[in-house]
Design a protein around this ligand. Structure first.
Ligand code: DGL
Length: 360
């Protein structure tokens, strides 16, 4: 597929000028600008369709990071930017191993004196999970921004270039320091803790239950709030101390569900199960016994909701104290699974696990 033909001539010329490696040449003195590394992992932002009219049907994760950078020559006015191709995958293919690889590399970059911030280009499908993991485990106040695209690089009105531009602006800004991992999409700046993808095709898809932290307006980050929950340097989790994450899985609820999937997870040796319950995390009467049996076998159970937004009430419809369950407060099943895996690297005590879920 010759997607390069679809790139603007100017973008290709900029690629040649920037060279394949090293900090891209800045127009003004390089020292005056922050050094930002773009770590590319794939996704739609690196996608290519057969034609520019293929906005929703395309192959993701085929365009390299140098071409993503070259497509936005304006970056040179903002920062000294260099790219690193860490992975080239659709983000649905992230697993614990790939997440740890990414988190360790970002942690390493942040320790370097000549790196002021990191932008990660990423598929949108699991961006919120990656962002939350980094938010909880990186030990740096330097900005880390995830971005992606809903339309491939080759599409009419591709959203990737502006998202990359805005993300570098945010990663290069002093105001973004100490706010934890951020997601910048569609001009908005979101906290990793709260952001979720809400719609499968629209450019306006990333939302936070309590609103974004800010926006990028005419090349300026404008912040209006800051995350209150502990993250990065204030968190008790440190990526450098985590060798592996225990197996944790999600049980999705639906009418007329049965215990087959849950039993299979238990038989496979899962250590923790996140219950993606109805409404505020409710449990059908016929699933009460299977859940209690799982807990009796030592499996940690975290109740949450299958809804995009919400809150799981402890001892609401279910007696969590008596059943020794944990509730995930307002967190989604996917992010709860990440937090549970991290928490279980430290403890299996349900009181401690509940403290962690209330805290983060
Ligand atoms: N499967 C996708 C991914 O997350 C492509 C969708 C996207 O990036 O928007 O990589």
């Amino acid at each position: 597929m010759n997607f390069l033909k679809l790139f603007k001539g100017a973008a290709v010329a900029a690629l040649v000028a920037a060279g394949p490696a090293g900090w891209a040449q800045a127009q003004a003195p390089a020292q005056a600008k922050p050094n930002i590394v773009i770590v590319a992992t794939g996704g739609t932002i690196a996608g290519a369709g057969a034609s520019s009219a293929n906005v929703n049907a395309y192959q993701s994760a085929v365009v390299g990071v140098d071409k993503l950078i070259a497509a936005v020559p304006e970056l040179r006015n903002v920062a000294n930017v260099r790219g690193e191709q860490l992975l080239q995958i659709g983000s649905e293919s992230f697993n614990n191993e790939r997440w740890l690889k990414l988190a360790r590399r970002v942690s390493e970059l942040l320790k370097s004196n000549d790196v002021d911030g990191v932008v990660i280009t990423h598929g949108t499908d699991t961006m919120e999970e990656t962002a939350y993991l980094l938010n909880l485990t990186l030990k740096s106040k330097k900005p880390v921004v995830l971005t992606g695209a809903m339309r491939p690089a080759t599409a009419l009105s591709a959203d990737g270039p502006l998202n990359v531009y805005n993300s570098v602006i945010v990663a290069a800004s002093k105001q973004a320091a100490g706010l934890g991992t951020l997601v910048v999409m569609n001009d908005e700046i979101h906290s990793a803790r709260d952001v979720i993808k809400t719609q499968s095709l629209k450019v306006e898809t990333f939302k936070s239950q309590y609103g974004p932290l800010g926006m990028v307006v005419e090349g300026e980050p404008r912040f209006y709030r800051a995350p209150i929950r502990p993250h990065t340097t204030q968190s008790e989790f440190d990526i450098e101390q985590i060798q592996s994450m225990p197996e944790t899985n999600v049980v999705y609820t639906y009418g007329n569900m049965n215990r087959t999937a849950m039993d299979a997870f238990i038989a496979s040796g899962t250590k923790g199960l996140v219950w993606a319950g109805f409404g505020a995390g409710s449990v059908p009467d016929y699933m009460d016994a299977p859940l209690k049996e799982a807990r009796a076998k030592g499996i940690v159970l975290v109740r949450t909701t299958r809804l995009a937004y919400g809150y799981t009430v402890r001892n609401g419809e279910t007696n969590d104290d008596k059943n020794d369950y944990v509730v995930a407060e307002d967190q989604t099943p996917g992010k709860s699974r990440i937090l549970l895996a991290l928490a279980m690297t430290k403890t299996h005590d349900t009181k401690e696990l509940q403290r962690i879920f209330w805290k983060y």
